[in-house]
Write a protein that binds this ligand. Structure first.
Ligand SMILES: *Cc1c(COP(=O)(O)O)cnc(C)c1O
Length: 498
């Protein structure tokens, strides 16, 4: 006889096992057969809503087994799979299977990785994960940090830490009223939108950002950066931070980090690297030149849910002098009485970042790093880069495609009709409209998934490969699909315009 349920929340052991085994079977099947499935659904939001069961929560609850069967089916039928071999849109990796299992284990143990006393082994695992990530990207072992939800949060944490370290100490008490000068942050025009959110949310205002132009390779123009700093100093403002990008979201360009670090040293500015996407590629010996200067950064943001293949969510901030994190985020109210645990020795992650209660994000990252090993991950990153170059080369060789950029694992390209030869079909506006329609059609097709970039006013298709499932065959097929669909769209558009 099974034990009767004591609470509506319980699942008895037999039921738990039955559902769990079935779930693992379904997930294993999904992972191994994903390429046969449509990459995404084109079902409307109304229809999606109609698939959800019931209009309100039932009073009595429902059978867990049935619920799980239906939910698994629902998610498999109506999701976009960023683990699909032809998913190359935005920057979300295929999730490493060991990370999927790690999330299940982590939530079963359910440690609150806020204070060491609440998460004895989990805290050690997160500390080790931070050490390993630092080691992987080739920076000093003294960097400290923590896992956060993603790149935005990692960059916000870096921003606030930079501010604490550079702004007068009375700012903590008095806030902005104690500042005479404007505190300025510098970044390239290619910087991700997090910087806008940061200056708005943290009270600096959009005027406090200097958007430095980029050169032809989408890298920050170092000379303009230095001139802009000098100009602000002359005007009595207070520069405090420069953001270098390591893998810009549109084209994958890595700024000249070495040069930025020299400028930061010269003017005593905080050097932050937004490497949410690109930083793990610093582990590749052949890219050491590209990433030279990374070891000088005061803080680095990177996303294990991008190029370390961890399932969402996992971002990470690394800070050269970790005390700056505790200076920024530590507060010890009376109701956190962890003294029995020796607060001087305890590593309480709530004192290192914005979150208080924290889940065990580190576990999946720690497992992925161990399971694949350093070489395994380096090989996967290298393969992504090679596939991206193949994409670029095949596009270059195709008369209907214009290959535009290739950096790290991002390729941009656009479709060009056959008869685009000094006529309306070679017009920038026409090609932009054509490629915009093409992208939208490809995204809905369920065959592959790309995103877009605007490069020198050209609306371009953008393929970013952070996917250990993608093969050469996939790339060749993507080229064929793009050309075939491009032809159709051009035919429709040109026949309408006549
Ligand atoms: C992805 C990305 C971000 C934002 O990261 P999220 O994980 O989406 O919050 C910021 N900067 C760069 C360079 C990125 O690639």
């Amino acid at each position: 006889m099974p034990h009767p349920k004591k609470s509506a929340l319980e699942l008895n052991e037999k039921e738990f096992k039955e559902i769990g085994y079935q779930l693992i079977d379904s997930i294993a099947h999904l992972i191994n057969n994903m390429s046969d499935l449509a990459l995404t659904t084109d079902v409307s939001t109304e229809e999606l809503r109609a698939q959800l069961i019931g209009h309100s929560i039932s009073d009595e609850g429902v059978s867990a087994k049935e619920l799980f069967n239906k939910t698994t089916e629902l998610l498999i039928n109506y999701s976009l799979f960023n683990g699909h071999p032809k998913f190359m849109g935005f920057i979300t990796s295929a999730p490493a299977p060991i990370g999927i299992l790690g999330d299940l284990l982590g939530s079963a143990i359910n440690p609150n990785v806020s204070a060491q006393i609440l998460s004895p082994i989990a805290t050690e695992i997160e500390k080790q994960t931070i050490e390993w990530i630092s080691d992987f990207i080739g920076i000093d072992s003294g960097y400290g940090g923590l896992l956060v939800s993603g790149g935005n949060m990692a960059n916000f944490t870096g921003f606030l830490t930079a501010r604490t370290s550079k702004i007068p100490i009375k700012f903590k008490e008095k806030g902005f009223s104690c500042l005479k000068a404007k505190w300025i942050v510098y970044c390239s025009e290619a910087t991700h939108t997090w910087i806008e959110k940061a200056v708005v949310l943290f009270g600096h205002g959009l005027d406090s950002v200097r958007w430095i132009p980029v050169d032809g390779d989408n890298k920050i123009d170092d000379n303009q950066l230095e001139n802009s700093i000098l100009e602000d100093i002359k005007n009595g403002d207070s520069p405090f931070m420069v953001v270098g990008t390591a893998g810009d979201v549109s084209t994958g360009a890595v700024d000249n980090l070495k040069r930025i670090s020299e400028i930061c040293k010269k003017y005593e500015l905080w050097f932050h690297i937004d490497g949410a996407y690109g930083t793990p590629a610093a582990a590749l010996p052949e890219l050491s030149e590209t990433f030279s200067g990374i070891t000088e950064a005061d803080s680095i943001a990177l996303d294990p849910h991008k190029w370390l293949y961890a399932p969402l969510e996992a971002g990470c901030i690394l800070v050269k002098t970790p005390e700056h994190l505790t200076d920024t985020f530590s507060s010890r109210p009376e109701y956190y009485n962890f003294d029995g645990f020796n607060p001087e020795l305890a590593h309480n992650f709530y004192e290192y970042g914005m979150q208080n209660s924290r889940g065990f994000r580190a576990l999946k990252v720690w497992l992925v790093l161990q399971h694949s090993g350093k070489k395994g991950i380096i090989d996967a990153i290298r393969k992504d880069i090679e596939l991206s170059r193949l994409f670029y080369n095949l596009a270059s060789a195709n008369p209907n495609l214009e290959a535009i950029t290739q950096n790290l694992s991002i390729t941009t390209l656009r479709y060009i009709p056959n008869e685009a030869n000094n006529n309306i079909y070679s017009d920038l506006n026409y090609l932009n409209r054509l490629n915009e329609k093409l992208l939208s059609s490809l995204q809905k097709s369920g065959e592959l998934f790309l995103s877009n970039a605007i490069i020198n006013k050209k609306f371009s298709l953008r393929a970013c490969i952070v996917n250990f499932k993608t093969s050469e065959e996939d790339i060749k097929e993507c080229i064929d699909i793009i050309v075939k669909t491009g032809k159709q769209i051009h035919l429709e558009m040109s026949s309408k315009s006549i």
